[in-house]
Each structure stands twice: as C-alpha cells, then as structure tokens.
Design a protein around this ligand. Structure first.
Ligand code: FAD
Length: 821
C-alpha cells in the first residue's frame, strides 16, 4: 500500500528548492529509508538528515516499513484462499511459541499506521510491505531498475540482535551490488548516545550496572539534545508510487488501521485455546495505543498528573496505569526516545515548559540555591533517568555478549574466563555498599533499585546479606561473582532430548508445569496474577516480572528460556535486549553481582508489594473470596471450610500447587478491610494510585528484605530485625496520593536517623510538611539527609506497628530453597 501524494511537493516555508521540485519519471538518486524500530518522525536522525542534507540531492524518497516475517506471523495478510505463507509461522527456538503475540502485534500495527499518518501530514508517505527486509529491498531495487530509476542510497538504523545484523549485512551487500551507498545509523532512541558513553570498546563495558552508572554521572547532563521537528514538505519528494514494486503475492496490504490490526492479530489471537476468562472489572495497566502521538501524549500526561515526580515511591506498584511510566512499549518500537523523555522532564524541572506550571515541583531546579543541578533534580525523575540507563545498559550487555544472551548458562562461562578483569568492578561495589546509597543499584534490578534501598535500608545491610555462611557458594571466584559450580546447575527441561535421564520432575511433568505457569494456575498467587495479567493485557510490572522470572528459574529450576520466550510472545513492550538480559539477570546467569544468591520469595513479596491483596484478587478471581492474605497468595493454605465456601476445593491450585512455600503469619492477618487503606481512599486519593505501594515493607517490625537473598544464615523467626526495625514502618499501603509523599533519598525533612519524622507518620495521604524537599521540590532530602536511604522516613498507610500482624516467615529462606515440591 502506498500512503502517497502527488509527486510535486507543496511549497514549504523551509525547503524552497524542494518545494517546487518535481519527481521525474525515472529518478536517478533515490533514497530508500528503511524504518525499523524507530517509528517516529521526531528526534529521528534519519528523517532529520533527509531534511537537512541538501548535498545529497535525493530526487526521490522512499520511506519503507516491512513487517518482518521472521519475527511476526504475516499469514493474516494473505487474502486469497488456498495460498500459503512462504515464510511460515515464526516460532521461538526452545518452546516453539509464536514470536510475536496479539498484544504487540496490535501495538505495532497502530504504531506503523500512526507513522504513516504523520508522514502524510508532513506531505510525504510510507510504503508498507510484508516479508523479509532484504527480499523486499531486492524486489524494489529490481523493479526500479526495470524502470530506469536508480537508487542513490539506502539508510537504516542499526539494531541489536543477530537476525537484525544479518538483515543489515544483506542490505549492505545488495547496495554494493547495485552501486548504492549504504548507511547504517546509530540507534539514537537511547538515553546516552553510543558515541558519548566513554567506553573505549564494548568489551570494556563494566559487568555490573552500578559501575557503568558511576561512569556516566551526572546522568542529567548526558543525553544529547533532541533534534528539531520535521517541518511539513521538507522531506525529499516522495517517489512516484507507479515506480515502486507492489507487495509481492500472496500478501495483500490493507488500507485501514482496523484491517491492518486485524491482519496482524488474526494468526496469533487464538494461541491459547484454554485461556482463562478476562476477570470482571480488571483494568489493564497498559491501555495505550501504539504510535508516536500516543507516546508523546503519555509523556505529557505523566508529568502533568504528577506521576513522574512521585515515580521513585510508586514504581513497585502492581495495579493501575500510574505507578510507573508505561513508556516501555513506546521506547521499544522507537515511538519516542529516552532523550525526549529526559528533555520533557528537564523542561519541567527548569520551569521552561509552562504546560507543566501547575504541577508541584515545577521549576524547582532553578530555585534550589547552593545545590548542583544533580542534587536539586526531582527525585522521581532522577529515578526514571536511572531506569532509562538500565535500558541502555541491557542493550550494551547484548552488544557485548551477543548470542550468549540466549544461552542457558548466560554469561557465566565468559565471566569465569574473564574473572580477573572483573575484580575491579566487584571491589568497587563492595566498597560502595558500605557507605553509599547508590548500592541500591547493585541490589535490585531496574525499577526495584530504590525499593531495595528503601526496604533493605543501608548499604551495610546489603553487604551483610552477601556474607552468607555458605562461603564456597557465596564467595565470588576471583571477583567474578561466579564459580564453576554454578555452571553445573541442572536446569530442568520439558524436552525429552535435553532433559537429563535423572531429571525430576520428568520432561513431561515439566511440560505440564510450564503450561500451568503460562496460564497462571500454579497456585502461587503473585505469580499467577502476573501471568494472567500478561496473558490478558501484554503488560505486567517490573516487580511482578522479577518474581515470575525468579520463580521459574530459582524455585522450579526450569530452563529460564521458556519464560523468556513466553514473555517474547506476550509482552507489548518486548525488546530483545531488555527481555533476555533481564531474564538472565534474574535467573542468576547474567549481570547481577548477587545472581545465584538472590531468590524472590513470592509469598513474602506478595505481602510486601500487594499488601491489600488487591492485585492477586483482581487477576485471579477464583481467590477473591479468600479473606486472608496468605490464603490469596497460596490458596492451598486456606481452611477446608473456606475452600468449600469459595468453590476452590479440588481446584488444582489448591490440590496440586506447583510449589508450596511454608510461610507463617502470626497474629491477625491483614486484609483490605484494614483501616489504612480505607482511610487513604476516603480522603480522596487518586484511584489510580489506589495500590501504590510505595517503597517498602508494610511490616512494622524489622521485616526488611525487599527481595529474598539466598542466605543460609540462621534466621530468627524469619525476620532480620535491623537497626531501623521499629519505626521502620515504611509501606504505603493504601495508596498515598501522588505527590503527597515525602521520603525519597535522605528521608523526610532530612531526617536520616531512621525514625519516622512526624510528617511521615501522619499517613493517610495527607500532604505532609516537608513535601517539596522530599520529592516534589526536587531535592534529595534536606539537611544532613543527602545520600542516606529513606529508612524510616516512611510513607503513609498509617498502621500503628503494634497492631500489625507479625509475619513470621519462620525458616523462610531455607524452606524456600529446600522445598521443591
Ligand atoms: C524478566 C524481565 C523481563 C523484562 N522484559 C522487558 C522487555 O522485554 N522490554 C522492556 O522494555 N523491559 C523489560 N523488562 C524491564 C521492565 O520490567 C520494564 O521495562 C518495565 O516494567 C516497563 O514498565 P514501565 O515503562 O512503566 O517502566 P518504568 O518503571 O516506568 O521505567 C521507565 C523505563 O525504563 C526502562 N526500564 C525500567 N526497568 C528496566 C529494566 N530492568 N531493564 C531495562 N529497561 C528498564 C524501560 O524502558 C521503562 O519504560 C523486563 C524485566 C524483567 C525482570
């Protein structure tokens, strides 16, 4: 299909020579611009160069998007009966899942259509094709040659991934053959441009994120400026459609967005015949359409609603649209760039974009005297910058590790072989852990980092956790973080050929477990809720993803790549680097310095991050009638009467859970009848934040791990009561209003001693004094609080600790580790 216009450019206020240029019947210097995962016109170096490179004198422009048959099933584009898809249905390597499921297929269709509409508005157009990029380009080139037209150049953006690289190579050699210039552009959708990282070579990429981040500070100074917008009529004249080879058969390109989405989704929509019903009343956390327009709107809304400024305290949330940015899918398809995100936040912090003038904290950067910009920046936005750097880092890891990313043992072998090189990284991390709040980055991946700081307290706590008595396992070999025994882990497979003869459960049993894992019927509430949310919506939070990955890889010891491939199919925001590097990280075979030692206990995580149980009850309606939280998190723990009452007796999740974790709750279990929650809502807190968990534990008494680190140290009552135990009631159960929380780095009002400030104790979403210094004002803690983790400086929810049930995860860690039933 051609989204085209006449061959004569309308006049433009910018490019007069082009405005009057007419495309001859046979142009001699055609620019083919292959658009890949850079589906935007703004801040796009290729569109920018097409406009600003008059020396090239392209006499015709052919912007092209190809739905890549290697990664997405294109059989829906076949309209004639009896014809078959010559490319077949692309499937994942280990499990044979579809490579692109319905959620991303839809999002992608919308994003491509949006781009095509924008290009029309710019008086240009987009040629949409189906197939393999090299095949399509070859067809175009030969058709043009037949019509005496000549290609001058082919441009495309460089992407990670061996398939992507193979395409680049194939197009390059095609260009060579026909004498066209081939240009591979740097992918500029990342936070820090590849040319500005200071890395001599990709081999020098530190093996640990914190180390990389340290080299990039201050982050806010790193992104390049956003490129100016493309003006109407400024692109080179669009090629005459008559010169362009039509879509090759048997495919047919539709002429409306609805049809396009229909074609894309049709082959994959019924991938799971026994898919659970969409739960009544459940709302997607990711209701967004694909495309540049939606991305830019989302960015504006994030700042206007205050969600960006409170991000550091809400990002471990599980329900709703506002706990995190939901920019990932847009970023993955290049509908927006990370530096556009930075630029918008910067304009808010500096007070230069009056569209945000009513948002708390507007212009704070210019008001804080005696502080560097880095110190005065908004803490929510600072955290978003760190997450964007995580994304950069995951991609750089992919660049460095190549296909190791897809291997079962990940980077372990490489690390062992390069152990000496990694000594410095590890040494510096250990040093940091002792005294610097940055250590949170080493402790928790991505969005969890601040939570880690919040709930783990200070660096020394993290360091202590690393000191497991099981020295041989815990001690990194020569600073590499790994030792040979890790390579020997016996991963379980569902493939008879690959499973070890002594594997237990057997390959058939593993296949059944995987089916339940995928469907969300394992009986482990948090995991099932996340998997069902993913199935239905294509999204699940970072906190949930970490738990899901940890459950598969570390509780069930199943080949983690089954999970990564399932995510590849279902995630709306799937990105090859982010997905596979995160799976490796959590599976303990990637770049987590505590890799094998960290195991998330999904019950404990449920109590911590789903303190009202609303997430689990939303996505697993079967358990919504179970009143006690621990029962919702593991239905098999409910009493017989309760199970009968709720119709759960005999349900597989109860009768045959994939995993049982002994987890004891002493005292009165909390439910969502709890006053704090009610009160928070009654005060008119935004419903969107109704489950904003804040940063940490809701437990009063020193229950302080935000994730479970494998330590074989004896644990008294399963708790590790620490220096900030009492008063460390930090959870924000009950949805604090965005913008009303203090905390942030350095704690409320500069209170760094671990006891909650009066403001922090007010709870209930009251806008406490001190706001503006904690976050909204963009300052990292007042007074002497700089750099200290936000312990004690708690958030709302207002549960007097004394009334809290004690969570007695008695022997919690050990049982988790030992209990593979
Ligand atoms: C097992 C697993 C698989 C994942 N797969 C993907 C994936 O395929 N695509 C993807 O974009 N993210 C992936 N992530 C990272 C993260 O979970 C998502 O980026 C995040 O949940 C998306 O929601 P958000 O946009 O609201 O994120 P926010 O919390 O608002 O973060 C802002 C942005 O920072 C980036 N980001 C945040 N955390 C990470 C991270 N850990 N790694 C890389 N980038 C990060 C994303 O671009 C995100 O949009 C995965 C994480 C795990 C644990």
């Amino acid at each position: 299909m051609l989204v085209h216009r006449t061959t004569t450019q309308p006049s433009s206020d910018r490019s007069h020579s082009r405005a009057t240029m007419t495309v001859s019947k046979a142009p001699q210097n055609i620019l083919i611009h292959i658009i890949r995962r850079d589906l935007r016109t703004s801040d796009n170096p290729l569109f920018h160069a097409a406009v600003t490179a008059p020396d090239e004198k392209f006499d015709a422009y052919l912007p092209l998007y190809v739905f890549d048959a290697q990664q997405i099933d294109v059989s829906g584009f076949i309209q004639s009966t009896g014809a078959t898809n010559p490319y077949g249905s692309p499937r994942s390597q280990i499990a044979g899942y579809h490579r692109c499921g319905p959620h991303r297929a839809k999002f992608l269709g919308e994003a491509v259509w949006d781009l095509s509409e924008t290009l029309k508005e710019l008086k240009s157009g987009l040629f949409i094709r189906v197939g393999r990029i090299p095949d399509v380009v070859e067809t175009l080139v030969s058709e043009l040659a037949k019509k005496d037209a000549k290609i001058g150049a082919v441009w495309m953006t460089s992407h990670e991934g061996s398939e992507e690289k193979a395409d680049e190579k194939a197009v390059a050699s095609l260009c060579k053959k026909v004498g066209a210039k081939w240009k591979l552009w740097v992918d500029e959708k990342y936070f820090i441009d590849d040319r500005d990282t200071g890395l001599e070579s990709i081999d020098k990429l530190p093996g640990v994120f914190t180390e990389y981040k340290k080299k990039q500070l201050p982050l806010r100074e790193k992104p390049r400026p956003v490129l100016p917008p493309i003006e109407k009529g400024s692109l080179p004249p669009l090629i005459d459609a008559a010169l362009v080879a039509p879509q090759s058969s048997p495919f047919h390109i539709p002429d409306s967005l609805n049809r396009l989405v229909e074609f894309l989704v049709a082959p994959v929509k019924d991938f799971l015949p026994n898919k659970p019903e969409y739960p009544k009343g459940a709302e997607s956390a990711h209701p967004y359409q694909g495309g540049e327009h939606a991305a830019l709107q989302r960015l504006k809304d994030l700042i206007n609603s205050g969600a960006a400024t409170t991000y550091d305290t809400t990002r471990n949330g599980l329900l709703g649209t506002e706990f995190s940015t939901k920019l990932s899918a847009f970023l993955a398809q290049g509908c927006i760039t990370a530096r556009q995100v930075h630029a918008a936040m910067d304009s808010f912090e500096r007070g230069t974009d009056l569209a945000f003038k009513d948002v708390e904290g507007f212009g704070a950067l210019t008001k804080e005297e005696g502080m560097s910009e880095d110190e005065a920046q908004n803490t929510g936005m600072e955290s978003i910058r760190t997450e964007l750097l995580w994304r950069d880092y995951m991609r750089l890891c992919h660049q460095k590790d190549g296909n190791r990313l897809f291997q079962l043992t990940g980077t372990l072998r490489y690390k062992l072989d390069h152990a000496a090189d990694m000594m410095d990284d590890m040494a510096s991390i250990t040093a940091q852990n002792g005294h610097n709040s940055e250590n949170s980055d080493t402790g928790d991946n991505g969005a969890a980092s601040a939570a880690s700081a919040a709930s783990d307290g200070d660096g020394s706590a993290q360091e202590k956790k690393l000191k497991s008595p099981d020295k041989e396992r815990a001690r990194p070999q020569q600073g590499s973080g790994v030792n040979e025994s890790l390579l020997a882990k016996e991963w379980k497979s569902a493939d008879k050929e690959k499973a070890l003869p002594r594997q237990s459960p057997t390959a058939e049993e593993v296949a059944k477990i995987l089916e339940r894992f995928n469907l969300g019927t394992t009986g482990m509430g948090l995991i099932d809720a996340s998997q069902r949310e993913l199935l239905h919506t294509g999204y699940t939070s970072n906190r949930a993803r970490q738990n899901v990955a940890s459950f598969l890889a570390k509780h069930l010891d199943i080949d983690w790549r089954y999970g990564a491939e399932w995510y590849e199919m279902l995630l709306v925001d799937y990105d090859v680097s982010s997905n596979w590097a995160n799976w490796q990280y959590v599976a303990g075979v990637g770049n987590d310095p505590r890799g094998h030692m960290r195991i998330f206990n999904p019950v404990k995580q449920g109590f911590e991050y789903d303190p009202s149980g609303s997430y689990v009850r939303t996505w697993i309606p079967e358990v919504s009638g179970l009143e006690k939280l621990e029962n919702a998190f593991q239905p098999w723990t409910a009493s017989k009467e309760e199970l009968e009452k709720t119709g759960l007796s005999g349900n597989d999740m109860v009768a045959n859970p994939v995993k049982r974790i002994q987890f004891v709750v002493e005292g009165k279990p909390r439910t969502n009848k709890n006053g704090g929650f009610r009160r928070a809502l009654a005060r008119g807190n935004p419903p969107k934040a109704s489950q904003a968990n804040g940063n940490g534990s809701s437990f009063g008494n020193g229950y302080r791990n935000s994730q479970d680190v494998r330590t074989d140290a004896p644990v008294v009552n399963g708790t590790t009561r620490g220096p900030r135990g009492r008063g460390g009631f930090r959870g924000s159960f009950g949805g604090p209003p965005r913008g009303s929380l203090g905390g942030g780095r350095g704690g409320f009002n500069g209170n760094t001693n671990g006891s909650p400030s009066p403001a922090a104790n007010q709870g209930n979403g009251i806008v406490a004094p001190g706001y503006g210094r904690g976050r909204g004002g963009g300052r990292r803690g007042g007074g002497g609080g700089y750099g200290a983790p936000p312990r004690g400086g708690g958030q709302n929810g207002y549960f007097p600790p004394a009334k809290m049930p004690r969570v007695n995860g008695s022997g919690n860690h050990d049982q988790v580790n030992g209990n593979q039933n």
